[in-house]
Design a binder for this molecule. Structure first.
Ligand SMILES: *Cc1c(COP(=O)(O)O)cnc(C)c1O
Length: 378
């Protein structure tokens, strides 16, 4: 029986993240129902493992594949290219001058925030005698992180277009509060649409400004490329749409020890929890050193053991947490524990920890083994 489980073929990990690839494909298919996608794979595919996730999405049938993979930096782009990924790679943040030669030689697609950045790419492509490089223009419609201001772009567009070694293939913008401020976001969509019309709709092959919240919550707006990140991993930034998605990653660990502790006994650092009755306390092999947020300490967080929620006791330590398993009929060393995932939504955990799902996912540390499974019943 042990030999059948991929987790038990060698000494099993104490903490692991199960990544369900069928759910990833399902979420991507849903994103595709809106239009062409740039699957956002930055930060190690939000902690899911960048190469594995890229390979799965690249091996989808041709018409269901992402058009681009979006990454944050050249380090991530290089990882994908060196792993043999052929899908076009788009750099979501402005390039630094010292990265541009590599971008040109690898033919990654940069987003451009200034005329001088475009001129520098133009010069480097010309110098290397390569084909003109497709680039995308970024417009700042409110994010304040990069891009041309709309009026600035109108002034510079002719100069940009006259550069012989770059091709203006796309135009994009970013939404700072699509999950928080609908009226501002609607204004951004309107401003973007008006700008694209003014510049000429046919000037750009790709027009894109929607992240996950912009894709899910703002249908019917003019846009022909979507940039889903969080929703690919099955988490909706807008709670109403959660039912349409399936969480891909479940963070798991095991019970390492179960003991009965007496009334008055303290649990964990600082002894913030003092037991007011005899309690069955299970010690679980995961802590903030694995990315389980320390901020969950004393906030009423729960974990799942044998299908039942059990409350966290005391503070989260680096390598272990303690939970009250008194309500379980049976709890033994080796029992599997879900910290969040398919049953306990990461959004709930993020709220308790006063953070966001993106930060928790990207905070899962390297010692947590990523275990890829094809389907639910594996
Ligand atoms: C990270 C990022 C996205 C994806 O955002 P989600 O909210 O995770 O969908 C899209 N566009 C840009 C420019 C980004 O930086």
């Amino acid at each position: 029986m042990q030999a059948q489980s991929p987790l038990l073929t060698s000494s099993p990990p104490r903490a692991w993240a199960e990544v369900n690839l069928e759910k990833l494909r399902k979420n991507h298919a849903f994103a595709c129902s809106y239009g062409d996608t740039m699957a956002v794979l930055k930060a190690g595919a939000y902690g899911h493992g960048i190469i594995h996730i890229a390979q799965v999405l690249e091996s989808l049938p041709t018409d269901e594949r992402p058009t681009f993979f979006g990454v944050a930096s050249v380090i991530e782009a290089r990882k994908l290219t060196e792993a043999g990924i052929l899908t076009r790679i788009y750099l979501l943040s402005p390039s630094c001058a010292f990265e541009r030669e590599e971008i040109v030689s690898r033919r990654w697609t940069p987003c451009i925030s200034s005329l001088s950045e475009a001129q520098d790419f133009n010069r480097l492509v010309g110098k290397s005698h390569a084909q003109p490089l497709p680039i995308h223009i970024t417009v700042d419609t409110g994010m304040g992180r990069g891009g041309f201001l709309p009026d600035d772009l109108l002034d510079k567009i002719e100069a940009l277009e006259s550069l012989p070694h770059v091709i203006l293939e796309g135009i994009g913008s970013h939404l700072p509060s699509a999950d928080e401020d609908e009226s501002f976001t609607l204004k951004q969509f309107d401003q973007f649409t008006a700008l694209v019309k003014k510049l000429g709709v046919d000037r750009f092959r790709y027009k894109h400004l929607a992240n996950s919240a912009g894709t899910l919550g703002y249908q019917g707006h003019y846009n022909n490329l979507y940039r889903p990140g969080l929703m690919l991993y099955g988490i909706s930034p807008i709670p109403d749409y959660q039912k349409l998605l399936s969480p891909v990653l479940s963070l798991k660990s095991r019970v390492c020890l179960v003991r009965k502790l007496p009334v008055g006994h303290g649990v964990s650092y600082g002894r913030e929890t003092i037991l007011d009755q005899p309690t069955m306390v299970a010690t679980i092999g995961i802590g903030y050193g694995d990315g389980y947020p320390r901020a969950l300490s004393m906030k009423g967080a729960e974990v799942l053991i044998s299908g039942q929620r059990c409350p966290l006791l005391g503070r989260v330590t680096m390598d272990q947490i303690m939970v009250d398993v008194s309500a379980l009929d049976h709890c033994a060393e080796g029992d599997e524990v879900e910290l969040f995932g398919a049953n306990i939504l990461i959004t709930e955990i993020a709220q308790l920890a006063e953070t966001i799902p993106w930060a928790i996912l990207t905070g899962i540390t390297p010692r947590v083994k990523r275990v890829y499974i094809e389907a639910d019943n594996c």
